[in-house]
Write a protein that binds this ligand. Sequence first.
Ligand SMILES: N[C@@H](CCC(=O)N[C@@H](CS)C(=O)NCC(=O)O)C(=O)O
Length: 386
Amino acid sequence: MWRPTFTLIKKVIIPSLRDNLTFSKILYSTKSRLPKSTVKLTLVSASVGVVIGAGYGGYTHYKINVKKNLTPLESEEFAFLKQLPDYKPQYKVINDSDSSNLHLILFQYRTCPFCCKVRAYLDSRGISYEIVEVDAVLRQAIKWSGYKKVPIVLTKVDEGYQQLLDSSAIISVLETFLKDRSSKLRDVVKFYPATKYTNDDGKQTTDIANKYFIMHNAVVPDERERATEQEEREWRQWADKVLVHTLSPNVYRTTSEALETFKWFEEVGGWKLSFPTWECALMVYGGAMAMWIIAKRLKKRHNITDARQSLYDAANEWTAAVKKRGRFLGGDEPNLADVSVYGVLSSIEGCQAFQDLKANTEIGKWYDDIKNTIQGTTGKVMAVHA
Ligand SMILES: N[C@@H](CCC(=O)N[C@@H](CS)C(=O)NCC(=O)O)C(=O)O
């Protein structure tokens, strides 16, 4: 049984991979090798991203793919920037009691479920951060990065800036760092290598295989703690692999629902503050139309027959699991799975689908509880004027 300790990772896993795997330049270099996405304003990539590695978890997943793909190790100088790229924050969240010493910039689409998840995490830990809203059509604000998706977190480190990628990996890296301050953030990142592999459909893909694992440095968790951590990991993965796929078919179910959704995106994302009118119109009308079409494909791909029912089923599954543990899956306090599920669901909070979800399932109580809890640790939101 794999124990997620720094030591084990360092002494066993990393060396054993060294001959075989790559710290992928795709994710970690600042030069792009990713194919350009054909449709921009979309959750499609999100779905694709989280499908990667479906069915596998942590080390098991890693091991399986190590056997399949033997690519050489590339540079460890991953996504490290000597200088801060030009960026224009839309707002800052400042928490006076933040003692993390982190200086974070989150590049996001306001209502991307993965970005919502990262914000939910940062807020739950009372961390201060700056927000850069990325235009989903032109993506000007992340041109400096080789990674073409959001969220991207840039964090100040001793000699420059470290790029953190993938919502679940971002959360695990930061949580590992915050739990044990004896390691530098740059060193923690090295325990989350991105690996290229061929998935079960025969496609070349990239993922951070241990992204749901929180590393333990000195203290090895006992059996009970390990079981709790495993449950937390499984539900975090469920949020990415199951829950997230129910969203698009719901919020873009009809043309009018899709348009209403994008109008809410525009409002809550402060698009009018950040982008010119023509770009907002393109994002709202073009995005709604594109997503309405794409959502039908996604519905098929994920074997969803009734969109609303799939959302209700997911909510019921989650609520049943929470009930066994108390107020939250983490018991009295939310754990990372609570935060992740909340983050994903909060991305549709202004949509009709969310109202229907609350009216037709029992998830509302848990949702309001965690929202209030997280709001209690969130810093002050301060607009940044150009
Ligand atoms: N596995 C990634 C998925 C990120 C992702 O797919 N983000 C979407 C937005 S929701 C994206 O940026 N897609 C590319 C695009 O918009 O062109 C994560 O968890 O962060």
